[in-house]
Design a protein around this ligand. Sequence first.
Ligand SMILES: [Zn+2]
Length: 363
Amino acid sequence: MLVQGAILDRDGPRPADVRLRVGRVVEVGQRGTLRPHPDEHRLRGIVVPAPINAHTHLGDAVSVREPPPGPVEDLVAAPHGYKFRLLAGATPAAKVKAIRAALHRMDAEGIGAAIDFREEGADGARLLRRAADGSSVRLVILGRPLRRPIDPVELRAVLDVSDGIGLSSARDESGTARRTVARACRAAGKRFALHASEAVREPPEAYLDPRPDLLVHLARATAGDLDAVARARVPVAVCPRSNALFGRQPDLAEMERTGIALLLGTDNAMFHAPSIWRELEFAYVASRLRGRPASAGYLARAALVEPYRWLGQPEGASIAVGAPCRPLVLRLPADDPEYQVVTRTTEHLIVRPARPRSFSEPP
Ligand SMILES: [Zn+2]
């Protein structure tokens, strides 16, 4: 397959021709320099690495009804909020079926991986792993222990079946609990993440101590808070649609100004489809509406580049010969690729050169 148009990857946007074979990049040239082989499929478009959805709660895809009105705390607070009552009331089989449907949708949209916060302890993480078996979407599972104070035996059991721990927030968890979890994650070589400043502002001293590998939301953070996060070099996953549902908005332009490494997620699957493309467009439009927009390039990197760095696989975001990337072709005009990709990608414009051979392949 020969794509004539542009590349948008970790080195930014540029005009290019790209030859793809069995899902791999086999040749890259200046635009207009690669000649099509006889019978070679040729199309115009933008080649990008498969995006990564950096914050999901796929388990709660089990609910598809419109959420009741009310503050976000009432809806998603553990253990008695609306979401946790629904999770507790659903059978494992129903959850597996709903997660598979969500993964199927992400696969259809070319998503390479998702970083999921999985509630319900070790059993919850195991259920998610089972549901994702055979999916081409790689899942990075951040589990959550249930008992408080933290029970080291349970914590170890959760870590055994997950890639790290994703906690609710600093104000929901004691400093002792956060430190115990962070220490166990370090010792196991796994990730420690938590939500921060979602419904109300929290002081950075709380959520930066111990230093997490990832913060989620910061919708209520001040410019000073964002400076502190940037100085601590902690990446941030934002979920603008989820925040907007509860009347909030992360300050993406300020995050860009401070140099925060931004990732993008779709949050609770009971509220929003896990579509990174819809999230990208909403993030862009909402930040324009705010009057001080983040750049399309910053948002594109949040879906296509920064998550690979976070995973320790930066070369996965490189469209180059021999790179371990999973390229997608977006049938979009090649002028201004960042703007095109961020605002105009829809499922029917996505061409996957070939399906990945197996789930265990790197993204
Ligand atoms: Zn979340």
